[in-house]
Design a protein around this ligand. Structure first.
Ligand code: TRP
Length: 446
């Protein structure tokens, strides 16, 4: 039994706190609705007002192309969502506010990341898997109607995040897997090119942020056709509120707040005291008609001032265009252009008149001689292996074969985190537990 107990790598890589970079994207593929506002826009605008944060807000119009084939709709929705954010209190002079397609470096980064992303990782993405499962259930070809845009979606999203080395990404639960993938992809790039090019971003899920129900009680979503547009004119807002599905309890009968779409919508826009009062009225048997009237007035009181700003903004698209364009220009100069230059250099997309002294990669060689390393490779048997090589190039650990590079990588990560290496590998002849421990400590100290 091995007694290897190296310190876990993460204890050595904790960095002092810097400004937190928070990044949020919204895909302009439809009209913004109450769910977008309460679930994404409002919390993001609030977060941007906290001290010590640098916030990034963007319209993910490249993503929109995955969801819609209607160019007019992409343009219209981009305008509407930009105006919505500004009307909701976003201050473009205090935060980064831009449109994804104004930053061409994002597409370039997408390719650099694509080349370090395992196809197997993307095979497991929920959105892609759901499309495949649906096809199979309908006895279609598994990939029928699936574009590479849908398949590659998580890589594009990783590029959005990694381009600005965001620390935190406020997302709904449905996006958590994409954040995990962004971390995986960032780690693969860092590992392949041997540097800290990217920080590993984290999903920030605010438990208090509501996932709003739609008219039919399911999650409010364009795809369920159950939305209430955020800036619907008052008469339409009223009509939609009255169309919210309720149970058939008569006036005077006590009503459940739990599971009531009406109550949840009220709560998302009311103060805690107002919500408490409404909870009591439910228990006392408020009629559905009265409850709907109350919800309509609550929504109208919050939305009306924003709607007025929105109308004003949307009538001046040139001003919005100008705001977005200048955001992108400043952002490219400060972050995107320098980072892409660094990444190109790392990947070997370099000027030809600056060849290294010897035709081999002399810098990595020199480094390998002074640092222990895990090396991962594939053998002719088709299996994936790793070995740990000490600072003088001598073999310390030799792994068993793994079915996938990912499993081999996970074993390496496990060993780096202090797990017992004997689960996956054997000491090389002449090597000792102590020499392995020393080597791992040294490479973790990077
Ligand atoms: N995929 C997100 C959505 O559909 C939008 C998005 C695109 C995003 N890129 C992002 C969100 C990066 C956060 C970070 O809502």
């Amino acid at each position: 039994m091995s007694v290897h107990i190296a310190r876990p790598c993460w204890t050595l890589t904790v960095k002092p706190m810097t400004t937190q970079r928070i990044l949020t994207g919204i895909t302009p593929s439809g009209t913004p609705h109450l769910g977008n506002y309460a679930g994404a826009i409002r919390p993001a605008v609030e977060a941007s007002q906290r001290p010590g944060v640098e916030s990034f807000y963007f319209l993910s119009d490249y993503h929109a192309l995955i969801k819609t084939d209607n160019p007019e709709r992409v343009q219209r929705s981009t305008l509407e969502i930009a105006a919505t954010w500004l009307a909701s209190g976003l201050r473009p002079e205090r935060v980064w506010f831009y449109r994804q397609s104004d930053i061409p470096e994002i597409t370039e980064l997408t390719w650099l990341l694509t080349c370090v992303t395992g196809k197997g990782l993307l095979n497991r993405a929920h959105a892609y898997k759901a499309a495949v499962d649906k096809n199979i259930a309908e006895s279609e070809d598994p990939d029928a109607g699936v574009t590479m845009g849908l398949f590659m979606y998580p890589v594009l999203m990783a590029a959005d995040i990694l381009m600005f080395n965001a620390h935190k990404v406020p997302v709904g639960r449905d996006q958590v897997q994409h954040l995990e993938m962004a971390r995986d992809i960032a780690a693969s790039f860092n590992h392949r090119y041997g540097g800290e090019y990217f920080v590993l971003p984290e999903a920030a899920i605010d438990e208090s942020v509501a996932t709003l129900p739609g008219l039919d009680g399911r999650k409010m979503s364009k795809s369920y056709d159950n939305i209430i547009p955020l800036f619907a004119p008052p008469d339409m807002l009223k009509k939609l509120v009255f169309a919210i599905i309720t149970d058939s309890k008569a006036p005077g009968e006590p009503k459940q707040t739990e599971g009531s779409a009406l109550f949840q919508l009220f709560q998302a826009f009311a103060t805690p005291t107002e919500a408490e009062a409404m909870r009591r009225r439910f228990a006392e048997g408020i009629s559905w008609g009265e409850a709907k009237e109350a919800l309509f007035h609550k929504l109208e009181s919050v939305i009306a001032p924003m709607r007025a700003r929105y109308e004003e903004l949307i009538s001046e698209p040139a001003r919005i265009e100008q705001v977005l364009k200048s955001g992108a220009v400043a952002l490219r100069a400060k972050y995107a252009t320098p980072l892409i230059a660094r990444l190109r250099e790392a990947a070997g997309l370099r000027p030809l008149d600056r060849l290294p002294a010897t035709p081999t990669d002399s810098r990595t060689k020199a480094k390998a001689q002074t640092k222990p390393q895990f090396k991962q490779y594939r053998e002719t048997d088709g299996l994936f292996y790793f070995k740990l090589v000490g600072s003088e190039g001598h073999l310390l650990l030799q792994s068993q074969g793994f079915a996938s590079a990912r499993e081999a990588g996970q074993a390496v990560a496990g060993i780096k985190n202090g797990e017992d290496f004997e689960q996956w590998s054997k000491l090389a002849p002449g090597a000792s537990d102590a020499s392995v421990r020393q080597a791992i400590d040294a490479l973790c100290a990077d």
